[in-house]
Design a protein around this ligand. Structure first.
Ligand code: AMZ
Length: 266
């Protein structure tokens, strides 16, 4: 799969930015999540590897199911990779890329240019850089320049402070400050995860996500806690959030993917 410069999301999301006092109807992309642990599609609670539910031992079949339901994108996470600092679940990711023709973004263990290039060569539409956004922000800038539209930054935060390395390391870096530091880097999106909401089915942190989206001129995708159609509508109604990632709610049926996609299109 080759996806050229100037991705649809970027221009569409750029239009999504709401000028003050102006309510804009904007499209929001729903990204079904496939988190990979030991080759399986799983969900964790608050990113804790000890609280794992395996939902499918055939991630490519799971991805195909999401595609058949009509999703436009897939969101993939190599969980073991995020802890190891290098790709671990490469085989299931490659199987997903082979099985599915929709663009996919992947995070987890992507920490150097060679790994970025390798994944994009394999047909990934977009890499997600988390830990290196803190530890080597110049790499993010270089990658965004080299691969326009194909580099996203994953900002995962507990109480507004960024966490790295599988969310095992806390920093005292404010998520909005870090996001602003990439304002002119040319990144395609920021994926903002509220760790305390992730996998908890208690709703996303709409206020914090919308505030972040208003603070930067970069499309912001909401992640963590998205558990109902009402959550999706509320995120969309902010008028500034470009996308939402949902995992557990899709697996346990709290959100029906094809119904949600239809509703978001309308
Ligand atoms: O659930 C976790 N413990 C977890 C998770 N989902 N840890 C990291 N991640 C995801 C981030 C981002 O997409 O949300 O991994 C990616 C970042 O990986 P890295 O290796 O760049 O920090």
């Amino acid at each position: 799969m080759t996806l050229g410069r100037g991705f649809a999301l970027q221009s569409r999301a750029a239009q999504c930015k709401t000028p003050p006092n102006f309510k804009l109807e904007c499209k929001m992309i729903l990204y079904p999540a496939i988190d990979l642990k030991d080759g399986n599609a799983v969900r964790l609670v608050h990113g804790d590897m000890d609280q794992t539910t395996v939902f499918n031992d055939d991630p490519a079949a799971q991805a195909s199911e999401f595609v058949q339901a009509g999703c436009a994108w897939l969101h993939l996470v190599d969980l073991n990779g995020a802890f190891a600092g290098e790709p671990v679940n490469a085989a299931p990711v490659e199987a997903i890329l082979k099985a599915c023709k929709v663009p996919a973004q992947l995070g987890g263990g992507i920490r150097d240019m060679a790994t970025i290039e390798r994944w994009l060569d394999k047909g990934l539409a977009r890499v997600i850089l988390g830990t290196v956004a803190v530890e080597d922000p110049d790499l993010v800038r270089q990658a965004a320049k080299a691969f326009p539209g194909q580099v996203a930054v994953g900002l995962d935060a507990r109480n507004g402070m960024v966490a790295t390395r599988g969310w095992a390391e806390e920093t005292d870096i404010d998520v909005t400050d870090l996001a602003k530091s990439f304002q002119d880097a040319g990144i395609a999106a920021i994926i903002y995860t509220d760790i305390l909401r992730d996998g908890a089915m208690k709703g996303p942190n709409i206020d914090a996500t919308a505030a972040l989206a208003r603070a930067v001129d970069i499309p912001v995708i909401a992640s963590g806690g998205v558990s109902s159609m009402a959550d999706l509508t509320a995120l969309k109604d902010t008028g500034v959030i470009s996308g939402a990632i949902s995992g557990r709610a899709l697996y346990d049926g709290a959100i029906n993917l094809s119904d949600a996609l239809t509703a978001l299109r309308s």
